[in-house]
Design a protein around this ligand. Structure first.
Ligand SMILES: [Zn+2]
Length: 253
């Protein structure tokens, strides 16, 4: 039993425990190119949150990792079989209930440990922050915590070299053989402003990619995944430690 993982804990150990910070990993259930499992984002957040909490716990952080929410926002993939969509308004309702529990029980810090690009918690956290003024709520994207270019040759944002490397390291039995991997080529928008990044519209997934991947996975390896995993969990553990020890009445200098 890892004492910083709620799903593995029991009442015997929890009843007298004190926690400074709750971590809520949030994934998605969706196709990841031909070769990665639908639970890719869940697996990533499970492993990365647990390892990061382990390092922070060893340094003295009183952190508890809640079970990963398995569904994310997949509104752009409505025609991809069994991509499970959770609407932003449902995410609002879930977070509202989680915050109500934490707030009532005096655990005033929540770190959202996001694992899926379609999850956008900012407007939700702004609104819930007003409703729960005692709570310190922050949002993290582990996949933006360090520069991917230091570890991987090809960029991408879905089932790419990075995600394939991570899964080869974390769950190799769930990765199909290399001959099944699609090239993850993404079609760009005809209107240039969208590719420049300052105008946004939802990508219609089945029109921008043949294999559901965005980013060429073919240079992925277990070794790259291991190196990246260690770097990301180190960085995320520092965040967990700092937030857990922070005085939320005195955050600025
Ligand atoms: Zn993913």
């Amino acid at each position: 039993m890892r004492p910083y993982i709620l799903a593995e804990s029991n009442w015997e150990t929890i009843k007298d425990a004190e926690f400074e910070l709750a971590v809520l990993p949030w994934g998605a259930t969706e196709a990841h190119n031909f070769h990665l499992p639908y639970a890719t984002d869940i697996i990533e957040s499970d492993f990365i949150a647990a390892e990061s909490a382990k390092i922070a716990w060893a340094k003295g952080a009183k952190v508890i990792v809640l079970p990963t929410i398995p569904f994310g926002v997949n509104t752009g993939q409505s025609d991809i079989l069994l991509d499970m969509n959770l609407n932003p308004s449902t995410q609002f309702a879930i977070l509202n209930d989680v915050l109500e529990v934490l707030n009532r029980q005096g655990i005033y810090k929540l770190l959202l440990f996001n694992s899926h690009g379609g999850n956008d918690f900012k407007p939700i956290v702004r609104e819930l922050g007003l409703k729960f003024p005692k709570m310190f709520i922050c949002i993290s994207n582990w996949f933006q915590s360090i520069d991917k270019n230091l570890f991987f040759e090809n960029s991408g944002d879905h089932a790419d070299e990075m995600e394939t490397s991570l899964l080869l390291y974390l769950k190799p039995s769930l990765v199909l053989s290399r001959d099944k991997w699609g090239d993850g080529r993404e079609k760009k928008h005809k209107i240039k402003a969208f590719s420049e990044g300052w105008v946004w519209t939802e990508r219609k997934w089945s029109e921008i990619t043949e294999d559901t991947g965005v980013g060429d996975p073919r240079l992925a390896s277990k070794e790259k995944g291991e190196k990246y995993f260690k770097a990301v969990t180190q960085k995320m553990s520092e965040l967990i430690y700092e937030v857990s020890k922070a005085d939320i009445q005195n955050l600025y200098e």
